[in-house]
Design a protein around this ligand. Structure first.
Ligand SMILES: *Cc1c(COP(=O)(O)O)cnc(C)c1O
Length: 454
């Protein structure tokens, strides 16, 4: 059977349309209420309040149709309010909203665990445990690795992002805004250099080998291999700026972990579920992690996260050691089953590759035209450009990045920035977005560059 098209059955008109300037008057009213009622610690990128979304469009309360290049940070991969997600959720929520899986279980949780065993890298026996958020999945992956190995230390990388809870703040690299003022942080977290080709001191060609050697030396001298419970790694870094390590680096880390009995945790919370053109980014190099954390794209927008891994590791935890009141909520699980079915039926991995093919020539054209564009990178529908001072000067250019981002917002294109230095402009469109919206969004980005850099 041929894959069905993504955008069928989406009722929202798939055209950008601005009927007010952004944010419009109703959004401004809501934003005043937000500022009076919601902590200022919860920031907002573009204060256009959304009331409907689908395909590649977000509709705000003033009736503006915005183009979505963010997917709510890589969550609505199958589209917002995707038909199969809505249908499963509606049926499930009318039948059963909650029992707590640890009290009296239900089938949907088991079905999600079965799907994870089928889809995640490797054909070994697997088990899963479900949680509410990515950070919670990461914390549990570390707990599991520590129990299994009887060791304490965990190694993470420069530019890593693993969440905002105490242990995951410790794993996250960037201080402002994620960690600033929130310490002290969880101990026994060590940091290795990231293989960041653009910024490797001796150049991109030597980055893979030297970064791997620096990692090995760090583990040996600062941690001790036999004290190391886990190495946690994003196969393509997300919030850190869509950093793609050189081919082979990840598999060398995996080999090192295997050799020393260290649990390799792939944090695929942002890269997972077809985003990069494979079911998981590890598949690209055939790397099989011991544990994998997933969330974001897994459930089409409902909160769900998972740790999946080798049965002997996952089953090393004492009964009752893993869980939580809401983890694997039946409505979120039903949504995940709908999202996964949609990914299979639409061949979402192929769609992500089409999006890459559509974007990359346009982003490369920007690199040719503007010397502030120092890098075009990413994979599938997870793509970014990094902006610097230009003319070979790699000084980060967060100012131009913010100005270009703001221009896009003013034109009704919802874009995101990222990166340790705030100088990465990143693209995470829903795979359900029709091509004409992607092209129009790229046209707006061209205008934004012309307007800001003239
Ligand atoms: C978003 C993200 C997290 C944290 O997920 P939350 O659901 O926000 O807690 C962890 N790791 C990666 C790679 C992420 O992109």
């Amino acid at each position: 059977m041929a894959p069905r098209a993504f955008d069928e059955r989406v009722s929202i008109d798939q055209n950008r349309r601005l009927v007010t300037s952004l944010p419009g008057p109703r959004s401004q009213e809501l934003h005043a209420r937000k500022n009076a009622a919601v902590s200022s610690g919860v920031g907002v990128g573009l204060p256009a309040y959304i009331e409907k979304a689908g395909g590649g469009i977000l509709v705000d309360v003033d009736g503006n149709h915005l183009i979505d290049f963010g997917s709510g940070i890589a969550v609505t991969t199958v589209g917002n309010a995707a038909p199969a997600v809505v249908a499963n959720v509606q049926e499930q929520v009318a039948d059963l909203t909650h029992t707590c899986f640890m009290v009296t279980p239900y089938e949907e949780y088991v079905a999600v665990a079965e799907a994870l065993a089928e889809l995640t890298p490797g054909d070994h026996e697997k088990r899963s445990a479900l949680f509410n958020s990515g950070a919670e999945a990461v914390e549990n992956a570390i707990k599991i690795a520590r129990t299994y190995t009887g060791r304490d230390a965990v190694v993470a990388f420069d530019h890593a992002y693993h969440g905002r809870t105490n242990l995951t703040m410790a794993l996250t690299a960037k201080s402002m805004p994620y960690k600033h003022g929130f310490g002290p942080f969880s101990p026994e977290v060590y940091r290795a250099p990231m293989a960041y080709p653009l910024r490797w001191p001796t150049g991109a060609d030597r980055c893979g080998d030297e970064a791997f050697q620096a990692f090995v030396d760090m583990v040996h001298t600062q941690v001790g291999e036999t004290n190391c419970a886990a190495v946690i790694i994003e196969p393509i870094q997300g919030e850190g700026g869509f950093i793609v390590p050189p081919q082979g680096w990840l598999s060398r880390i995996a080999d090192f972990c295997r050799e020393h009995g260290i649990v390799l945790i792939a944090d695929e919370i942002q890269t997972g579920f077809c985003r990069t053109g494979d079911w998981f980014a590890c598949d690209h190099e055939g790397v099989v992690p011991d544990l994998i954390t997933t969330a974001k794209g897994i459930a089409g927008g409902l909160p769900l996260a998972a740790v999946t891994g080798r049965a002997e590791i996952m089953d090393s935890v004492h009964s009752g050691g893993l869980g939580g009141t809401y983890g694997g909520n039946p409505v979120a699980c039903a949504a995940a089953l709908g999202a996964i079915a949609t990914m299979k039926e639409t061949d979402a991995c192929a769609r992500a590759k089409q999006i890459e093919a559509l974007f990359v020539p346009r982003l490369e054209a920007l690199r040719s035209k503007y010397d502030v564009v120092a890098d075009v990178r990413g994979r599938g529908a997870m793509l970014a450009i990094e902006l610097t001072a230009g003319a070979g000067d790699l000084t980060p250019n967060p100012k131009a990045t913010a100005a270009i981002n703001a221009y896009c917002h003013s034109q009704g294109l919802v874009t995101l920035t990222a990166g340790t230095f705030g100088n990465v402009f990143r693209f995470l469109p829903p795979l359900s977005s029709p091509d004409h919206l992607l092209t129009e969004g790229l046209d707006i980005i061209d205008e934004a560059f012309a307007s800001v850099l003239g």
